[in-house]
Design a protein around this ligand. Structure first.
Ligand code: GLN
Length: 540
């Protein structure tokens, strides 16, 4: 039986529970332990796939096509684990399973209840992620302690911990210690209340990690320890830091790794964090910068583009340049203002998206990048708009469009494939997860990837309509990546352009600080070169 670390959050959301869990994962993995993660989300959707990004932020896609919480992105970026659908469970999914069993008659004669039936379902989902070769499973409970909906999850982990015994279960509570300016004081009361809530349910946290603007003074830690019944040496602070990738280093410096090893009664091995140190070192010493525009429609909420932002961060490490992201709302772009909004950037990225709003602005963006030879990177919808733009303005296919935005377009260059047309459900029915893509010889992407076959993750319903491929290819569009089994275009590029690459998949999901994604790295390199060329031509 493996060991479990349960991570809960207190006081308020957005404290970085996911990044903290991921960082603990880094430390344990670097100590040589096999780990895995599970994110338990107390909401009732089966998965976040049908939610608006404003509700939930990005939907992170796993290799096996799970539409999951964005924290799974942190887990994969901070460690070597490969996660799957079962590493993210929601109350909705678990209730669904439970009720299916009830209909089958598995509980015949019994009243089906939250305790023990639903809590047993939660416990089963936790046990499901621990295979024989996992030493430690990190179980993160979404939401904030005190929320009505997380109660059954807390009850489930309490019961599980009791069953497996103290040495096998560790409770870590992430909390917040605000600084009240007028009083000039750090306040521990919200954390005390939050721990009290936990203890009322029967969970005594072993470790507190306290988010605060600055490191906590010893006096505050002592006070927290006394009033929350936690050992003084088990109260840690997690102050605001320059980059999230510093967190494992910070927590190690505070000896969190040693304290965890002691509680779980596992051998302490010094984690080797040299590679991690060098990442943080290079991220904090970037001098030059490039400006890259992201033209999307959820720009007020940066969490909607979490993996893209992180992939750019990773590409900074290799390119040794700061990537400054300029957020442009595609809804506001017009022929008249596009020059002013995008004229001075060194590169443009159009990310994924759904629905018609802002579409014409994105098509205009692809046109602007193509005509002005500005590096363009299209992801998913960003590829579809590039195809629409090329069809309309280069191949002369008037009113070409995607049937997602105009069902009656005379030229459905982006369309649903037959297998998608008969689906009447919205949840979990897109082309999801990793697909094999064959790269065409002598293309930009073949050179960038340095290999002929790649696997990338998808999340979309519509495709580049194969009927239109010959027409657009004849006009100079190169289809450089193919999903052979279905003969679908996965990547397009423009050979006579400085850097114009667009892919149907989401490369951002596979970028890691220790293994930055080649497309992001090369795109940023192109923006650096473009910036240099602009400077030279101004001087001349
Ligand atoms: N809306 C488009 C589709 O469903 C693109 C999806 C995306 O960008 N992830 O095909």
């Amino acid at each position: 039986m493996g060991k479990f670390i349960f991570i809960t959050g207190g006081v308020l959301s957005s404290l970085g529970k996911g990044v903290t869990s991921a960082s603990i994962g880094t430390l344990l993995e670097k100590m040589g332990y096999k780990i895995t993660f599970l994110k338990l989300d107390p909401y009732l959707n089966i998965d976040p796939g049908t939610m608006n990004p404003y509700q939930h932020g990005e939907v992170y896609v796993t290799e096996d096509g799970g539409e999951t919480d964005l924290d799974l992105g942190h887990y994969e970026r901070f460690t070597n684990v490969v996660l799957s659908k079962k590493n993210n469970m929601t109350a909705g999914k678990l209730y669904f399973r439970l009720l299916e069993k009830e209909r089958k008659g598995e509980f015949l004669g019994a009243t089906v209840q939250v305790v023990p039936h639903f809590t047993n379902e939660i416990i089963k989902s936790i046990e499901d992620v621990v295979s024989d070769n996992v030493d430690i499973a990190l179980i993160e409970i979404g939401g904030t302690v005190g929320d009505m909906e997380s109660l059954s999850f807390l009850e489930a982990i309490r019961q599980l911990a009791l069953r497996i015994g103290k040495e096998n279960a560790l409770f870590i509570h992430l909390t917040y210690v605000p600084y009240v300016k007028v009083a000039g004081e750090l306040k521990t009361k919200p954390s005390q209340h939050s721990v009290r809530e936990l203890r009322a349910i029967g969970i005594q946290p072993d470790i507190l990690i306290c988010r605060a603007e600055k490191p906590l003074p010893t006096g505050i830690k002592k006070k927290l320890a006394l009033f929350t019944n936690v050992d003084e040496n088990s109260v840690f602070s997690a102050p605001d830091i320059d980059t999230i990738y510093r967190l494992p280093l910070y927590l190690k410096k505070e000896n969190l790794d040693k304290v965890i090893a002691k509680y779980l009664n596992i051998e302490y091995r010094e984690p080797d964090l040299k590679d991690w140190e060098s990442i943080v070192e290079s991220l904090s010493s970037l001098e030059d910068k490039v400006n890259i525009a992201i033209v999307g429609k959820y720009i007020e909420l940066k969490d909607a583009y979490k993996s893209i932002i992180e992939a750019f961060t990773h590409s900074q490490i290799v390119n040794k340049v700061k990537v400054n992201l300029k957020w442009i709302n595609s809804d506001e772009l017009t022929e008249d203002n596009i020059g002013e909004k995008l004229g001075d950037v060194d590169g443009i990225l159009v990310p994924g998206g759904f629905g018609e709003r802002g579409i014409e602005g994105k098509i205009l963006t692809a046109k602007f990048a193509r005509e002005n030879n500005i590096p363009y990177f299209g992801i998913c919808l960003g590829m579809q708009v590039a195809v629409i733009e090329f069809a309309r303005n280069v191949a002369g296919l008037k009113n070409a469009n995607s049937t997602e935005f105009n069902e009656y377009t005379p030229h459905p260059v982006i369309d649903l494939m037959p297998e998608q047309k008969n689906i009447d459900k919205k949840g979990g029915t897109m082309r999801l997860g990793a697909y094999r893509c064959i790269l065409k010889e002598e293309t930009k992407v073949r050179e960038i990837y340095g290999e002929p076959v790649i696997y990338e993750r998808h999340r979309h319903r519509y495709e580049f309509n194969p009927k239109y491929r010959p027409i657009l290819e004849e006009k100079g569009l190169v289809v450089s990546g193919i999903y052979e089994e279905k003969n679908l275009a996965e990547i397009i590029e423009l050979p006579n352009h400085r850097w114009f690459v667009a892919c149907q998949f989401h490369p951002e999901f596979k970028s890691k600080p220790l293994n930055p994604h080649p497309l992001f790295v090369d795109f940023v390199k192109a923006t650096i070169n473009y910036k240099k060329e602009k400077k030279i031509s101004i001087r001349e």
